[in-house]
Design a protein around this ligand. Structure first.
Ligand code: UD1
Length: 417
């Protein structure tokens, strides 16, 4: 089994290019299903989850081609309307294909996405919204059997939680529905705006993405379109945490600074100097980070839950205590036990983690518990003295491409074997 080895304690210095956002690439690839024709999607990162999305598209009859970070999808002729259980389990976010398949094919068959390492991740809001749009969904032994007579019908939908995935599913399903759909309490994440931008390029009529009310006037058909996926704000936050944990100085290229406002505030509190440029961002860290105070994860534009683990890993080395309140997912502190093996002092009670801050961490053998928890271990390993050995890399590979190469370029001693 592959492992990452890090000999920590080196100050990171230099430049890193940030790749495209996984959480944008996945719904945009699902959206290509709706376009009868060829779509060209640039800046798709070479990640396991992107590979899984391409396999789903191919299973449904699309012809897909990968050229570097560009994915070309020809969805002219579809041959399927189901997603096999193995693919559903491989990638939990495959549920975002439901709205697209149902809208394009009038029926869809897929299984519930598997259980999740972050606690229960229900899809009740997705299903309720699609039912409101006229989709009949029968749930039978873990299978979802969905069909609609004719086209879906636009309607007014109030989300009780601004769920990212549910908002995406509604956008996909409503783009070609009959009439107008209005989503109230929609998610405002940049990835929602990116999906809406792609759909509009393909002929959809969506207004208000990025705000909490989105209006979609259904059109009859979408055509193929070309699109460049936005930069990954969580990757940017992870590299910033690595810089801050090692007293480093990094210039990040291909970032969208406006997507990082809440994260930048916390790094400033930690004593880092931030110099935003046009699609670049420089972070210069003090020798030892300061406390980040209290970080509360929230829906966008609040502090992103996905950036909580790397930020917490950085704050284990701070010169004072920090508090993390996880408001989005119930079980997002599993990785903390692994950090403890490295000497971190963190107390978790329910949704709250209190970090004491120690002068140094020491390398240890640890396991990635989930995607961002794995990234937290990399951040800690880069700062720790001695060697850190990380296994269960399949989690990290779902979201970070070129991780070791990027970090080596800026002075880290990191390798995979
Ligand atoms: C997306 C991101 C994930 C990020 C999360 C929150 C992708 C592929 N994943 O996940 O990286 O951490 O947004 O920013 O884009 N909920 C329900 N019922 C539902 C749907 C959600 O109760 O039907 C709850 C969830 O349990 C969670 C909260 O709503 O507590 C937010 O989840 P949601 O925004 O849907 O996250 P995802 O779309 O799964």
């Amino acid at each position: 089994m592959a492992k990452i080895y890090i000999e920590g304690g080196r100050r990171l210095e230099g430049e890193i290019r940030v790749h495209g956002a996984k959480n944008s690439a996945l719904p945009v690839l699902a959206a290509t299903l709706l376009c009868r024709g060829v779509s060209v999607i640039h800046n798709c990162p070479p990640l396991l989850d992107v590979g899984a999305s391409i396999r789903i598209l191919e299973h449904l009859g699309c012809i897909c081609q990968r050229e570097g970070s560009t994915v070309i999808v020809d969805s002219t002729a579809l041959t399927g309307m189901d997603i096999p259980d193995t693919l559903m389990r491989e990638m939990r976010s495959s549920i975002v294909f439901l709205g697209a398949i149902a809208a394009r094919c009038g029926q869809a068959r897929l299984s519930f996405p598997g259980g999740c390492e972050l606690g229960p991740r229900p899809i009740d809001l997705h299903l309720a919204a699609l039912r409101q749009l006229g989709l009949t969904i029968e749930e039978d032994h873990g299978l979802l059997d969905c069909r609609v007579e004719g086209r879906l019908r636009g309607t007014s939908i109030h989300l009780s939680i601004p769920s990212v995935g549910a908002t995406e599913n509604i956008l996909l399903a409503a783009s070609t529905a009959r009439g107008r759909t209005v989503i109230h309490n929609a998610a405002r994440e940049p990835e929602i705006s990116d999906l809406a931008d792609f759909l509009n390029r393909a002929g959809a009529c969506i207004r208000g993405a990025g705000s909490d009310v989105i209006e979609i006037d259904g059109v009859y058909d979408l055509h193929g379109a070309e699109h460049t996926v936005i930069p990954d704000r969580i990757i940017a936050a992870t590299y910033m945490a690595a810089a801050a944990a090692t007293g480093g100085d990094l210039l990040l290229r291909d970032v969208e600074v406006s997507h990082l406002t809440a994260v930048l505030d916390s790094f400033r509190t930690a004593g880092c100097r931030i110099e935003p440029g046009l699609h670049t961002l420089r972070i210069t860290a003090p020798r030892r980070p300061h406390s980040v105070g209290t970080v509360r994860t929230m829906a966008y534009p609040g502090f992103p839950t996905d950036a909580q683990p790397p930020m917490l890993a950085m704050s284990t080395l701070a010169d004072g205590p920090s508090v993390f309140v996880e408001n989005i997912f119930e079980n997002r502190f599993k990785y903390v036990d692994e950090l403890a093996r490295m000497g971190a002092r963190v107390k978790v009670e329910g949704r709250v983690a209190v970090v004491e801050g120690v002068p140094a961490l020491s390398g240890a053998t640890v396991s990635a518990t989930d995607l961002r928890g794995g990234a937290a271990l990399v951040v800690a390993g880069l700062a720790a003295s001695g060697v850190t050995e990380i296994d269960e890399l399949r989690h990290i590979d779902r979201g970070y491409a070129d991780l070791e190469e990027s970090l080596r370029q800026v002075g880290a001693n990191i390798k995979r074997e």
